[in-house]
Design a protein around this ligand. Structure first.
Ligand code: NAG
Ligand code: NAG
Ligand code: NAG
Ligand code: ZN
Length: 307
């Protein structure tokens, strides 16, 4: 009993000093237990969520993202295997300063990917009407009214994340090859590579920057701070099956381990009393259009079957 208590003390101390380990697999460090070490992971406005389109609210104050913003080339870009994801750290990233799309000036500082484990096809964090995509790209920005990213991280609306779904299509996505071609150089945990030829982030966005979902949520990994203004674009981008497999089989999650990075998504969290909005004329209920769509398809079916 005493020994157990002593062990516990040492263990707790280590956690406090170094920050607890967390993983995506089930177990003492798995998603169900993140809240034991990170209080915020168990609070009321967590991310990701399953977005039920029919329950979203049109907001005419929400505008379209300006593609030109995203064409600026960062000063420095570093590709990294952080053991949880494939990430690109940015220095001198662009800033979105458009109050029609975000409630402040938000500077990009990194982007990363979440994806399905080997031989799995579902790996996005957000779901739409119960559908989970293959992967999800997160472009992370901080509100420049705060002195540093560290300070913004804990503040309401301190961060803005743009989420882009990644689906599997028939063609190679050459933009994604910018992340996959050098992947062998960062195969081991904590390896990184500085790009000699930098590129813009706009190339990872879908064509449609007008239709998206907006809600207030959190980081999807510990410490799960509820500081994020979320934007989840409706339209996915596509990668080939071969690219998906490269992503799934290239990165090791820990030193001296053959565990691969992948299946690195958190399941949808309760919405509680939060509202999800989307650009559009107020009063235009998506339910009405869904019903119309159903009636139309029933009529088309009836016509086709001639009954
Ligand atoms: C988009 O941003 C660019 C560069 O800041 C600006 O010149 C252009 O007018 C903007 N377009 C719209 C539609 O706001
Ligand atoms: C994935 O599927 C292949 C082919 O069916 C199989 O050989 C391999 O062991 C599977 N890998 C995992 C991690 O399940
Ligand atoms: C990994 O293995 C190498 C060589 O066996 C060893 O020197 C190193 O300490 C190990 N690292 C960890 C984190 O276990
Ligand atoms: Zn993420």
């Amino acid at each position: 009993m005493f020994k157990l208590a002593a062990l516990f003390v040492i263990f707790t101390f280590t956690e406090c000093t170094y920050g607890a380990t967390w993983v995506y697999s089930q177990g003492p460090y798995g998603p169900e237990n993140w809240l034991n070490s990170y209080d915020a992971c168990g609070t009321m406005s967590q991310s990701p969520i399953d977005i039920v389109h029919g329950a979203t609210v049109a907001d005419e104050k929400l505008g379209k993202f300006n593609r030109t913003t995203f064409t600026a080339i960062p000063d420095k870009m570093t590709l990294l295997n952080n053991g949880h994801a494939l990430q690109v750290n940015l220095e001198g990233g662009y800033t979105v300063s458009d109050r029609n799309v975000l409630p402040g000036d938000y500077q990009a500082f990194q982007f990363h990917l979440h994806w399905a484990a080997v031989n799995q096809s579902r790996g996005s964090e957000h779901w739409i009407d119960g559908k989970q995509y293959f992967a999800e790209l997160h472009i992370v920005h901080y509100n420049t009214k705060y002195a540093s990213i560290g300070e913004a991280l804990t503040q309401h609306e301190g961060l803005a994340v743009l989420g882009v779904f990644v689906a599997i299509g028939s063609e190679t996505n050459e933009n994604i090859d910018l992340l996959l071609n050098p992947i062998a150089q960062i195969q081991q945990y904590n390896q990184q590579m500085i790009y000699s030829s930098k590129f813009d982030i706009g190339r990872f966005l879908p064509e449609d920057l007008e239709n998206y979902y907006r809600y207030s949520g959190s980081l999807t990994t510990p410490p799960c701070f509820e500081s994020v203004v979320w934007t989840v674009f409706n339209e996915p981008i596509y990668i080939s099956r071969a690219q998906a497999e490269t992503l799934q089989t290239s990165l090791y999650a820990r030193a001296n381990s053959t565990d691969l990075v992948g299946g690195n998504y958190r399941l949808p969290q309760p919405l509680h009393d939060r509202k999800i909005s989307r650009p559009g004329k107020s009063g235009a209920s998506p339910l009405t259009s869904t019903i119309l769509l159903h009636v139309t398809s029933m009529l088309v079916t009836a016509y086709a079957l001639r009954f």
